[in-house]
Design a protein around this ligand. Structure first.
Ligand SMILES: C[S@@+](CC[C@H](N)C(=O)[O-])C[C@H]1O[C@@H](n2cnc3c(N)ncnc32)[C@H](O)[C@@H]1O
Length: 339
């Protein structure tokens, strides 16, 4: 006889008050807790002084971060975990805090208006009060731009390495990354495949940050930047075209326009690789992909995330003859289409 399953409210309460943990962690990044610990462990008093915490908050704040798995404590001294040491120390390559600092400053308050977005279907970011769109807002401030682009490198690194390993690159000579940001994917591809040459086609303001990152990786002879907007010009030609975390920013018509442009830019036999947090075809499991789509509701006039089957269908309608979906890492998968 099976033991009856006790019904408890644990899951409900954990999810309903999940923002407590999230906001504690985002405030820790804002205050620079993990950066303060980059040179070694500190005790509560030293952290309180350095971060200008009120004595009433210090222990609960730091110990909550320990309980949440974002700090370690040995006796009375606190230190970074391997993850926070690698990804949340400001100034380190691959720093993810830039993305989370923006989440704290912008998304946290904007998500407070989710119910309104659910009713109206309208963005709840700066656009709501007559401000500019997502990229114009981020790119209007050079420091934000730099943080965003390097955070994209960190965020997409796992997927980039998986794409370098899983796709048959030896059959192709050149790759064009559309909206390639700092060049995270192109650098991984070129490090793994000596014969490849690549182009990053992105907005002009991205160029110096791309050039700097590529030079740091000693790949300036194989990786070039073509400035432009995919709304205004054709996509440069190459044997393979990649688009990472691009299509979900845009409406269905805009997605189709980008797929059409990719098709025109490829030779017969060329490949298009789309990758992002694809929603599972049953729309039941990839909570991150589904929540990302709600984030697109908050951030854009028409953007939404989609399943591998959705994307394959649009690709075939654009003219591609073969498509396949492959999981990459975490919530990210890729859809490969052959012209
Ligand atoms: C979310 S980021 C994705 C970065 C990168 N592909 C990745 O997966 O990590 C979107 C990229 O699209 C670029 N982008 C936005 N609008 C664009 C446009 N109109 N033309 C070309 N690139 C654009 C941005 O500059 C940014 O690099």
């Amino acid at each position: 006889m099976s033991v009856p399953h006790a019904v408890t409210p644990d899951k409900i309460m954990q999810l309903g008050l999940g923002f407590w943990g999230s906001k504690t962690f985002l405030s820790a990044i804002e205050l620079g807790v993990f950066t303060a610990l980059s040179d070694g462990p500190l005790d509560a008093q030293a952290l309180q002084d350095r971060l200008q915490l009120h004595p009433r908050s210090t222990r609960d704040f730091l110990d909550a971060l320990v309980a949440l798995g974002m700090l370690q404590r040995d006796g009375t001294t606190y230190s970074n975990t391997p993850e926070t040491a690698q990804f949340l120390v400001r100034g380190k390559p691959g720093y993810l805090g830039g993305m989370l600092e923006m989440a704290n400053q912008r998304l946290y308050p904007f998500w407070g208006s989710l119910t309104e977005a659910l009713h109206t279907g309208l963005p709840q970011n700066e656009m709501k009060t007559g401000g500019q769109g997502l990229f114009e807002t981020i790119y209007g401030d050079p420091e934000r731009l730099r943080l965003f682009l390097s955070a994209m490198t960190g965020l997409s690194m796992g997927a980039a390495m998986a794409i370098a390993g899983k796709f048959p690159w030896k059959e192709y000579q050149s790759v064009v990354d559309v909206g390639g940001a700092q060049g995270g994917l192109l650098v991984q591809l070129c490090l793994a495949h000596q014969h490849l040459k690549g182009i990053n086609f992105d907005l002009p303001v991205v160029e110096p940050i791309f050039e700097e990152y590529v030079a740091m990786n000693e790949l300036s002879d194989r990786l070039k930047f073509v400035p432009g907007s995919f709304f205004e010009t054709e996509i440069p030609s190459g044997d393979v075209i990649t688009m990472g975390h691009i299509l979900h920013d845009w409406s269905l018509d805009e997605k189709r326009m980008l797929l059409d442009k990719a098709y025109r830019a490829l030779p017969d036999g060329g490949a298009l690789i789309i990758f992002e947090a694809l929603i599972d075809d049953e729309r039941r499991q990839n909570a991150f992909g589904l929540l990302m789509s709600l984030n697109m509701l908050i951030e854009t006039p028409g953007g939404f995330d989609y399943t591998g089957a959705d994307c394959s269908g649009w690709m075939r309608e654009a003219g591609f003859r073969e498509t396949r979906v492959e999981h990459l890492i975490g919530p990210d998968s890729m859809v490969v289409a052959i012209k």
